[in-house]
Ligand binder design. Structure first.
Ligand SMILES: [Zn+2]
Length: 271
């Protein structure tokens, strides 16, 4: 599962560096060497002539300074390099480096999309010592993190898995998940989403864990819950199919090992 590795410390200000780890993003895609998915060396980064205000501190990982940068959509990669989606790097990067890449992406994407004030439209500037951008009108912005809940509903030894309408029949099934609405607690969102998506009441919520999921900026907060009442009735706008999997049932295709959804299911397999 992708989690922040030991040895990573976030930084809000640049540090002197000889050989930084540089994550260069073009939209959601990361610059890597084509042959082995290595990060670009200093020379390759310099050749791209990325403006200073598009390069941001991310942290320190063991002894290396980690920075993020972003380039416009029409920028071509230097020779021998290519832009790759982070999901395409699952299994090619180790999970610790993927977690750092996910952080770098969220910082770069925030920088790219908050250059101008959302209140008055004037250019913003970076605030020293904070992960923040401010406008002269007083409006400040911080990296966008969208909290989302995830819940695996259990009924005795059985677990409820659902297939999203975007996934074809026979495809991947997972726990229920959804974004929080302003004003909700995470628990409120669990009860609401389970009722909306499959028409069930649940009880005994138990916290499982959380994970930053940089597609593009979610914080997944995962629970288990016990079935309390109701009959499965799928919301046709979101859920194509939802059913109980009991001990001995053949499990469907499940989410990737890098995700907390898979960890949540694996920790609660029907048996
Ligand atoms: Zn403003």
């Amino acid at each position: 599962m992708i989690v922040t590795p030991r040895g990573f410390v976030p930084l809000f200000a640049a540090e002197p560096h000889d050989s930084p780890l540089t994550f260069v993003f073009r939209g959601p895609k990361l610059l890597v060497r084509a042959q082995d998915a290595a990060l670009p060396d200093v020379r390759a980064v310099e050749a791209m002539r990325i403006p200073e205000d598009r390069t941001l501190p991310v942290g320190r990982f063991h002894d290396a300074y980690v920075r993020a940068a972003w380039v416009e959509a029409d920028v071509e990669p230097p020779g021998g390099y290519e832009f790759q989606g982070l999901r395409a790097l699952f299994g090619r990067f180790d999970d610790g480096l993927l977690a750092v890449a996910g952080r770098a992406f969220q910082v770069a994407e925030w920088s790219r999309t908050h250059r101008f004030c959302g209140a008055c439209g004037k250019p913003t500037h970076k605030v020293t010592g904070e992960r923040a951008m401010r406008c002269e009108c007083g409006h400040s912005t911080y990296p966008r993190i969208a909290p989302a809940m995830m819940v695996l509903v259990k009924r005795g030894p059985a677990i409820l898995l659902a297939r999203n309408v975007a996934v074809p029949p026979g495809g991947r099934m997972s726990a229920l998940a959804g974004f929080l609405d302003p004003g909700e607690s995470v628990e409120d969102a669990v009860h609401r989403e389970v009722m909306e998506e499959v028409g069930l009441e649940v009880r005994d919520l138990r916290y499982f864990g959380s994970q930053s999921w940089p597609f593009p900026g979610s914080l997944m907060i995962a629970f288990t819950a016990e079935f309390a009442a109701g009959e499965i009735r799928c919301d046709p706008a979101e859920i194509a199919e939802a059913r109980w999997f009991a001990p001995g049932d053949k499990l469907p295709d499940l989410p990737p090992a890098q995700s907390i959804s898979r960890a949540l299911i694996d920790a609660n397999l029907p048996r």
